[in-house]
Ligand binder design. Structure first.
Ligand code: IVH
Length: 743
């Protein structure tokens, strides 16, 4: 058979290209293209090589797994090589895998498979000798990896010593180290605030963290590990099936996927794939497919290996969460509190089943750091309900005529000056409610489901009402007339009436919701609810003073008094008293909020200067969990503003009401001081359960720690449940929850 010239050229080009990207990905941790693009290149090469097997060479990227390790870590030879998996991209390919397995085994009936998600992290081999962790190594090229023992030892979910005594003398466990989504988002958010480089995705963050030469840095990274296989084991297998062997690991303190299931036949595989695909976004970590393994170990042995992958396993891949597209422009959006956010306008691209046209760019610093320019080809990442992100620029494909982006110096909506937060990278419009963008966002927030819950008052309608100058503040909503509504675009009489009805219905609310709907910076549902519960009436909330919330301890008052007494009049003439006081090294705790507190409590600055320490001390009448000094200042300042008080007066005049509950005494709040975490799929809306728990005084948080009192676990609860079990936190199912609520 003759080989067309262009095939040889294409194959050579593909190999060069894949090698280059392999190096970027595995060695430098700095991929230039998304995985989906890389997979396409690899598949094209695989197909060509299948068509022309005589062109396969040992050095082809299809014939090896990874790349050589970096310098800096010692090399580790894997006694049992760390293999790769064959991929299936469709049900058809799954069917042919299953058929191949059955044919080879000459099996008439369905094959039993062990199924679990394919974690998107990096493969690690742990070696335990006599129950002690002696070595952790990366996969490297499958035969030789890097010794990352010091770093892996810092991962909480990897035991340094196995539990129990019935483990084999030598046990090599293989699994995936990954960074949960929440930890990844938090890590990037911190980096962004500190003006540092962010990670492209959780996989890169996990790899970067494990490659740290300083284990102290790794220790601060939220890494986790699930085990899914074995290397060397002294004395043979642990059980007769893969799933039973894996399950034994949990008894020894090793983590395995909570999604592990044993299923029958290819139909079982297809069902499992669909179920996991549906739950993909809800899982707490990134997965890029599911893995099926023939469960019986004797059958695995009979099937053996081909090239570097077992014949008894396959990975069925999900649509990629990263894709490439072009950045057409950068728009600037103005948020509820005036924050200006640059937003990428993209050539529409389908990412894991959703068409993406916009992605957040966070802030100007982020754009500079990633060197993003208009006209660039960029990698977009969409994971779950997180807003799509621009991960990086494909510099390789940068055209000559890209444009730099500059943040505007004036608000693009109202023209007001923009101000940069002194200690943050955020830029804000200074227009306040004068700015139509902020006004719109404030009204949308007011009407939203968790706030006043005005059904049918959608974003488009609010935009029109503000643009047409009909509504200036949330209170104006309640004087809307049917004529005004009917005159709007696409508004029939019936829907107009529905909106008026919904507005009427929303008037009956709770104080907590009302406070939340006002959109006070920093006051979320929980704080709003706590304020309502601990004060009971709107009047009491509105007349809060800093002295009710902010503490000056006796010891602090003593130091403060000494500083004030030593402050010379001359210093005060030249500088603001706050600066004079806060410059004093012994008073690190003294902030502008404390200064405002003193101004609130004393009639003049002279009186502050001559006050005794007992006078300076302040015991607030309220100690509200979650309200620190800065938030206290924001709340008090909000209610001091005449225009805010005016809007509230108008709202009360419009007959917004709630039953003015007396302050809930601790007896009526049996869950006061208790922290609860909800996880898994629950049979009622989470919000409903949250409301009930909060009404009884509980704090509902998102992550499990030693301070958590209860974890309510629905079906399919994952890592939060395992963490609770590890920490010995009380876990309740829904029945237990109902009991708790009833008690
Ligand atoms: S089994 C001999 N199970 O996928 C088979 N691998 O493409 C060894 N991976 O290197 C792998 N989740 O890093 C297996 N549940 C899982 C997995 C998994 C992720 C990764 C692993 C492996 C790569 C193969």
């Amino acid at each position: 058979m003759t080989i067309p010239g262009e095939v040889s050229t294409r194959i050579a080009w593909l190999r060069d290209e894949i090698d280059r990207h392999n190096y970027q990905y595995y060695v430098l941790d700095a991929p230039l293209i998304p995985d989906s693009e890389y997979d396409r290149l690899l598949r094209e090469l695989q197909q060509l090589e299948q068509q022309y097997p005589q062109l396969i060479t040992p050095e082809s990227p299809t014939q090896r797994v990874g790349a050589k390790p970096l310098q800096g870590f010692a090399e580790v030879d894997h006694k049992v090589p760390m293999l790769s998996l064959e991929n299936a991209f469709s049900e058809k390919e799954m069917n042919s895998f299953d058929r191949r397995v059955r044919d080879r085994l000459k099996s008439a009936g369905p094959i039993r498979y062990s199924a679990e998600p394919k974690l998107d992290g990096l493969a690690i081999s742990l070696r335990y000798e006599k129950g002690l962790l002696v070595q952790a190594a990366t996969r490297g090229d499958g035969a030789t990896g890097e010794d990352v023992t010091q770093n892996v030892r810092t991962i909480a979910s990897v035991p340094l010593r196995l539990l129990g005594t019935d483990w084999p003398a030598v046990l090599e466990v293989r699994g995936e180290i990954f960074m949960p989504k929440a930890g990844f988002e938090a890590l990037n958010e911190r980096a962004r605030k500190a003006g540092e480089k962010t990670f492209a995705n959780p996989r890169n963050a996990a790899a970067g963290s494990l490659r740290q030469l300083d284990p102290k840095i790794t220790a601060k990274r939220p890494l986790a590990m699930f085990c899914y296989g074995f290397g060397e084991i002294a004395g043979g297998a642990l059980a007769e099936t893969h799933s039973d062997s894996i399950k034994r690991l949990t008894a020894w303190g090793l983590r395995i996927s909570p999604e592990l299931q044993v299923i029958d036949g290819v139909q079982g595989c297809i069902d499992y794939y669909r179920t996991i695909a549906q739950r993909r976004d809800a899982l707490e970590y990134d997965i890029d497919g599911v893995v099926f393994k023939v469960d019986r170990l004797d059958l695995q042995q009979a099937l053996g290996f081909v090239s570097r992958a077992p014949r008894w396993a396959i990975a069925q891949k999900f649509p990629a969460q990263e894709e490439m597209t072009r950045l057409l422009g950068i728009d600037v959006q103005v948020g509820r509190t005036g924050a200006l956010t640059p937003v990428a306008r993209l050539e529409p691209v389908n990412v894991a089943g959703v068409t993406v046209t916009n992605a957040t760019l966070h802030n100007e610093d982020e754009i500079r750091r990633k060197d993003i320019r208009i006209g660039d080809t960029v990698i977009i990442r969409r994971a779950g309900d997180v807003i799509p992100q621009v991960v990086q620029v494909v510099l390789d494909q940068r055209p000559d005529d890209t444009q730099q982006f500059l943040m505007p110096t004036h608000c693009p909506v109202c023209g007001s000056d923009v101000i940069r937060d002194p200690d943050q990278v955020a830029i804000r419009c200074s227009g306040g409610l004068f700015c139509p963008a902020q006004r719109k966002e404030a009204i949308k927030h007011f009407a939203s489901r968790r706030a006043m819950d005005i059904e049918g008052l959608g974003d488009k309608l609010v935009d029109q009402l503000v643009d047409k100058d009909i509504v200036h503040d949330p209170a104006d909503l309640y004087s809307l007339t049917i004529d005004q509504l009917v005159a709007l675009d696409r508004m029939a009489e019936k829907s107009a009436q529905n909106i008026l009805d919904a507005l009427n219905k929303s008037k009956n609310t709770t104080l907590g919701r009302f406070l939340f709907s006002l959109g006070i910076v920093g006051v979320g549902e929980t704080i709003a609810e706590t304020l309502a519960n601990s004060l009971g009436t709107l009047d009491d909330v509105m007349s809060l003073r800093l002295q009710d919330l902010v503490e000056i301890k006796d010891s602090q008052a003593d130091n403060l008094q000494k500083t004030l007494a030593g402050t010379r009049q001359k210093q005060l003439e030249q500088n603001h008293p706050f600066e004079v006081i806060s410059a004093h090294r012994g008073l690190k705790w003294f902030t502008e909020v404390h200064w405002h507190l003193l101004l609130e409590r004393f009639p003049s600055i002279d009186r502050i200067l001559s006050a005794g320490d007992a006078e300076l001390a302040n015991t607030p009448k309220l100690r509200i969990d979650g309200i620190g000094n800065i938030l206290a200042d924001q709340i008090v300042t909000f209610f001091k503003q005449p225009h805010n008080r005016e809007v509230i007066r108008k709202l009360i005049d419009a007959h917004i009401h709630w039953s003015e509950s007396a302050i809930k005494q601790p007896g009526e709040q049996p869950l006061a001081g208790k922290t609860v975490v909800l996880t898994g799929t629950l049979s009622r809306p989470r919000q409903e359960i949250k409301d009930q728990l909060q009404a009884l005084g509980a704090k509902v948080t998102g992550s499990v720690s030693a301070k958590t009192d209860f974890v309510i676990a629905g079906t399919d609860a994952g890592s939060k449940l395992s963490k609770a079990q590890q920490l010995g936190v009380t876990v309740l199912d829904e029945e237990g929850l109902d009991q708790l609520l009833a008690e």
